[in-house]
Design a protein around this ligand. Structure first.
Ligand code: PLP
Length: 398
């Protein structure tokens, strides 16, 4: 075998989410899609804003093919980066510059680029993530040559645990990924937690004499259902890189558009930005989709209607807890992280499947004994699934 076995491993072993998704398609063909309660995939069910669709049409009618379908600058169109940096300035009071914005194909590309930009494989660099975490972090960190280190959450609340983080930081720690609102828990880390985390990182930077980068993975920033504050990490910590995506905030996951923003206050910001450009180049993530760069520049303040998600969250949380399930009430994202009714989450998933409920067992997310319910679906599916969830709980004697 003369090809890369690590890549073969990644390609041939489908993620559990994809596996469930394939099963769902097969089962829907057998018994009808309305009888399969598929809560596996985080694919937004709310349509993109009408303004986005109108802008696409208008652009196609009025703008040149080169602007819409040609290559942009490798780091993205300068005008588009200007609109984004102005928006960051006015929303978060950060003195952002277009020269610190790098347009990407969504958060996945942004994370891969940022990790590649800061991790030095030959130094044995490590990246800490807070469990529960988006499973692809492992792939991105290892592909950048780093070692993934998992920090355990606070019991019950699933907040990032700064004490646990402290026990895992060492001189090899180069980056920390923070994802809030969180996939899969829906938890928004409090300002108190963020302040404590940032204070710890500053102390550790001084102790070890090198920078530690905070990578804020923010695809769910706009999906928040309460009045909680989602701290903007650049306002708390100098060495912050923000990975933003329009996949969920504008329901555009298939268009692959987002950006990286480098904190202007960062030590060496312009050089880190060049490392970001170099990492983008080395990974082939240059010239993010031109049409959608232009759409974003014109729809920078557009919003999706998150009422449907809020209704689904309330319906599921209120009813499931009444049936005897345990979960943290999520403030954001569109996931409910539910304790399995037996120790083995996979066995629980199998028993739920017998009721045509498809949820994701979460051992790969770094916390065992939980399943994830993605409620970015229509309300009818949630309502249809409630009796099945009730019957499942009763089967466990609840
Ligand atoms: N980060 C988290 C926490 C996610 O949940 C996802 C997608 O579900 C991504 C990153 C990747 O998003 P994108 O579609 O922007 O690449």
């Amino acid at each position: 075998m003369s090809y890369n076995q690590k890549m073969f491993g990644l390609g041939s072993k489908r993620s559990i989410i994809r596996e469930i998704f394939e099963y769902s398609k097969m089962r829907s063909a057998e018994i009808g899609a309305d009888k399969v309660f598929d809560f596996s995939l985080g694919n937004p069910s709310v349509p993109a804003p009408a303004e986005v669709n109108a802008t696409i049409k208008e652009l196609l009618d009025t703008q040149s093919s080169v602007l819409l379908h040609g290559y942009s600058s490798a780091q993205g169109d300068a005008g588009v980066r200007g609109v984004i940096s102005d928006s960051i300035k006015s929303r978060f009071c950060v003195d952002m510059s277009p020269n610190l914005i790098y347009m990407t194909c969504g958060a996945a590309a942004s994370l891969s680029i940022c990790l590649k930009a800061v991790i030095e494989e030959d130094k044995g660099d490590e990246c800490i993530v807070f469990a529960p975490f988006f499973t692809e972090y492992r792939v991105f960190v290892e592909n950048a040559g780093g070692k993934l280190v998992i920090s355990k959450p606070v019991d019950k609340t699933l907040e990032a645990d700064v004490k646990d983080l402290e026990s895992r930081i060492n001189e090899k720690t180069k980056a920390i990924i923070v994802n809030s609102p969180n996939n899969p828990s829906g938890v928004v880390y409090s300002e108190e937690t963020i302040k404590a985390l940032c204070a710890l990182l500053e102390t550790k930077e001084k102790e070890y004499g090198h920078d530690i980068y905070l990578i804020a993975d923010e695809p769910y920033r706009e999906l928040v259902y309460t009045n909680v504050n989602v701290p903007y990490l650049m306002n708390y910590y100098k060495n912050t890189l923000v990975c933003y995506s329009y996949s969920k905030s504008l329901s555009l996951p298939g268009e692959r558009i987002g950006y990286i923003a480098v904190n202007p206050e960062m030590n060496d910001a312009s050089n880190i930005y060049l490392a970001v450009c170099g990492a983008g180049r080395s990974l082939g993530y240059v010239c993010a989709p031109s049409l959608f760069q232009q759409v974003i520049a014109r729809c920078i303040d557009a919003k999706v209607d998150i009422e449907i998600y809020r209704e689904n969250r309330d319906l599921l949380y209120n009813n499931l807890t009444e049936y005897g399930y345990e979960c943290v009430k999520p403030d954001g994202a569109f996931y409910l992280f539910v304790k399995a009714l037996e120790e083995d989450a996979y066995k629980f998933y199998e028993r739920a499947k017998a009721h045509e409920i498809l949820v994701v067992p979460c051992d790969d997310f770094g916390v065992s004994g939980y399943v994830r319910i993605a409620y970015c679906t229509d309300k009818a599916r949630v309502l249809g699934a409630l009796p099945a969830f009730k019957a499942l709980a009763e089967e466990y004697g609840k």
